[in-house]
Design a protein around this ligand. Structure first.
Ligand code: BGC
Length: 758
């Protein structure tokens, strides 16, 4: 690695300005005179989408492995597997001369309608952060960079270039930033991509608080911030805001604007130098990895098959799966012949090969007769004849395998879904086939939740196969025939209906603004707290075996927040097949000053168990597992008190729990002021000892004032103390007849001085 500051010192203003904008759609501007090389980036996230012409935004891309998309990846709950996938992606980047892969995406699934949810991991920031970090670590272990995107608050496609996402600070910190935070701190991505949208009125590409204060300073991000393609409007404002590298290029007018701004004094050259320093650091780092060669197409296809199988979620099974002894299998649905395995937009991969489910099933079906009917057309027209044909094929068979894929135009980058429904033809087809053939298995391909109420009672089994990547056809066969025991668990809730979803009333916004009014209550945080039934809960997924949980222990019953806690539990495979279980640890704050969701995921671990085998799973919980973000202190806060540790097989299937007592080590500043209520004084560690002794007097004063001295306390039919607790102390004092020597304001100021001095 050359001496960056030396090179920087030798660069002209024009060269520095040029370096901060791309030279082409996918490459950086080299400075040959000083040996600064060109760097090539390309999409991402679940495969390498390298344009055959690296200078152009083109749909003609070189073949690469299309791995399953993020919905499927997150359902594996397997960080090591994502690291393995990352290593394979890194190898493909090297072979295709790519320095930085544009992914992963760590945005939250605020609404299942977001058209790009298939590219995102979860509705839960903890899970999404761990998954993103794993993938980044895997890719970067090969000396190839990543671009964590789209930072931040890009949770819909509707007006994604301009929408203003409005949310409160706590929601931002607890829900929309932590996945990025974990990915940055653990994964150390070389680059972070800002999003197109605005956050609270400021464009993400100019958002100094997001890009500098939080990302670079608070989280210690050392790489470069790149714009999403075309996200910059005002280049000078974006440089000041912390956006180092604008893409795509070339844009001579930008280079000129930066030069002019420095010359006129509008832009401090030190700001430009800081961005140049960051870009040089990554460009030279990228150059350290020799590129070229080949990648192992077959090995990566096999890995894609393994990951796809791990991500499949068995939603329903009345015992029909795994398939055994079927002599005649009816395969229905065009997705069996034309697999739907990835979504539309910039992540679209030109696969090296594609496993066709029908072909793969036949390979594992042995001697069985396998018949086929198309079932539904490519578009969403209604064709009764196809349904009748399907019923004829299904009826005489021993079992029907019904492949239902959302039409590809329904899920894409660039626009959101209008609904969560399958097509009318698909619903009618499922109903008709299930009536004719009770042994029907529905296999779903989609990138995010779909509704099923109209038909879920019909099939004997339902397998969620997601956008399963190019090898998914083989993975489906593996799961259906029991070569792989399914172990995927939902990383997003499947609601009963669209109107149940937390953001329903405020999605996708209007007049250029989307208000995140549901706040911290997204996904299961909302459904659980509101006690709403769902179709399939977060964390849910069946196996061909069963697991028992026992012997829950914590490393301590009382502990200090900074020490954290280790939770351990024994998991036993109580069935007759080997299988994997994901143990999930949720934390519930029994009492807190600010409202909190009834439980939040704070740890998980996946274990593999032979029949009868027991393993002890240990899951660490740190300070943050117990803290919430308090905007009043502008920091993560813990409070003394009891927490419930809930260990389960899903968010709705808690198998064991225990209570622990946390001791906060925080020394928070006194935040009381003249308007603070008696209750707020009592909740403040410094205020409590000051107010407690005088509160009784205040109550007596109030009683005199309301009812006269001789009146019983409840003469107005009210709990006087209950009332005064929610009054500002200064207002209580205004009712005190004998507070004559000093004004209530002076009295409160005196109390405040005492509290602050403690
Ligand atoms: C997308 C990014 C992508 C970039 C380059 C943008 O429109 O939002 O995810 O990496 O284009 O293709």
């Amino acid at each position: 690695m050359p001496d960056i500051s030396k090179i920087l010192a030798q660069m002209t203003l024009e060269e520095k300005a040029a370096l901060c904008t791309g030279a082409t759609a996918w490459t950086s501007t080299p400075v040959e005179r000083l040996g600064v090389p060109e760097m090539m980036v390309t999409d991402g996230p679940h495969g390498v989408r390298r344009s055959s012409d690296v200078r152009a935004i083109s749909s003609d891309t070189l073949p690469a492995t299309c791995f399953p998309t993020a919905s499927s990846l997150a359902s594996t709950w397997d960080v090591d597997l994502l690291k393995e996938m990352g290593r394979a992606l890194g190898e493909e980047c090297i072979a295709l001369n790519v320095d930085v892969l544009l992914g992963p995406g760590a945005n939250m699934k605020r609404s299942p309608l977001c058209g790009r949810n298939f590219e995102y991991f979860s509705e839960d920031p903890y899970l999404a952060g761990e998954m993103a970090a794993g993938l980044i670590q895997g890719i970067q272990s090969k000396g190839v960079g990543t671009s964590l995107k789209h930072y931040a608050a890009n949770n819909q496609e509707f007006q994604r270039f301009s929408i203003n996402a409005e949310m409160d600070e706590r929601t931002l910190r607890e829900i929309y930033l932590p996945a990025f935070e974990t990915a940055v701190k653990k994964g150390k991505p070389w680059t972070v991509m800002c999003s197109y949208n605005k956050l609270n009125g400021i464009r993400a590409s100019e958002h100094r608080k997001l890009l500098v204060d939080i990302l670079k300073e608070e989280w210690g991000f050392e790489g470069l911030v790149v714009s999403d393609w075309g996200a910059v409007r005002d280049r000078i404002a974006s440089l000041k805001g912390g956006l180092d590298w604008e893409m795509p290029g070339p844009k001579d007018y930008r280079v000129k604007a930066v030069v002019d701004a420095v010359r006129s004094g509008e832009l401090d050259e030190a700001v430009l130098d800081e961005s140049v320093r960051r870009i040089l650091g990554i460009v030279f780092r990228a150059a350290e990895t020799p590129k070229g060669g080949k990648f192992n197409i077959d090995a990566h296809h096999a890995l894609a098959r393994k990951i796809s199988a791990e991500g499949m979620v068995l939603l329903k099974n009345n015992g029909i799966l795994p398939l055994k002894n079927a002599q005649h299998i009816a395969v229905i649905g065009r997705a069996a012949e034309e697999p739907y395995f990835q979504g539309g937009g910039s992540s679209h991969i030109n696969p090296t090969k594609v496993a066709v489910p029908f072909v793969e099933l036949k390979q594992l079906a042995g001697e069985a007769e396998v018949t086929y009917a198309e079932g539904y057309p490519e578009d969403d027209s209604f064709q009764q004849a196809l349904i009748e044909q399907a019923v004829e094929v299904a009826q005489p068979a021993d079992v029907a395998l019904l492949f239902i894929a959302l039409p590809s135009y329904k899920e894409s980058e660039g626009y959101d879904r209008p609904d969560l429904d399958l097509t009318a033809q698909q619903v009618a087809l499922i109903q008709a086939v299930c009536r004719a053939q009770p042994k029907t298995v529905v296999i779903l391909n989609n990138g995010s939740a779909v509704t099923m109420s109209e038909w879920i009672d019909g099939p004997a089994a339902v397998l969620e196969a997601w956008m399963m990547g190019q090898a998914g056809g083989g993975a489906i066969a593996d799961v259906l025939f029991g070569k792989v025991n399914p172990s995927g668990k939902l990383a997003e809730t499947f609601p009963i209906k669209l109107s149940d979803t937390p953001a329903y009333l405020n999605f996708p916004g209007s007049n250029g603004v989307v208000r995140y009014s549901e706040g911290i209550y997204i996904g299961y945080r909302y459904y659980d707290t509101k006690e709403m039934p769902v179709l399939f809960p977060f964390g849910y997924g069946l196996s061909y075996t069963t697991f028992a949980y026992s012997n829950l222990k914590t490393s301590a019953q009382r502990f200090k927040d900074v020490d954290g806690l280790t939770v351990s539990v024994d998991v036993t495979n109580t069935g007759s097949l080997a299988g994997k279980e994901t143990v999930q640890v949720y934390v519930r704050d029994i009492q807190s000053r600010l409202p909190r969701p009834v439980k939040e995921l704070k740890g998980f671990a996946k274990v593999e168990l032979k029949p009868g085998e027991t393993k002890t799973v240990s899951i660490p919980l740190n300070f943050r597992a117990f803290a919430y973000f308090d905007p009043r202190y502008n920091q993560w806060v813990t409070e003394d008190g009891d927490f419930e540790i809930l260990v389960g097989a899903s968010s709705a299937d808690i198998r064991c729990k225990t209570v622990v007592a946390l001791q906060s080590t925080l020394d928070l500043p006194c935040m009381l002021d003249r308007e603070s209520t008696a209750k707020e004084w009592m909740e403040d560690p410094r205020g409590k000892p000051v107010i407690e002794p005088v509160l009784k007097k205040m109550e007596e004063g109030m009683r005199k004032m309301i009812g006269g001295e001789d009146q019983p306390s409840d003469s107005l039919g009210m709990d006087i103390m209950g009332m005064i607790m929610d009054m500002p102390v200064v207002s209580i004092l205004h009712f005190q007849a004998d507070a004559v020597d000093r004004t209530p304001e002076e009295l409160v100021d005196g109390l405040l001085a005492q509290a602050r001095a403690r």
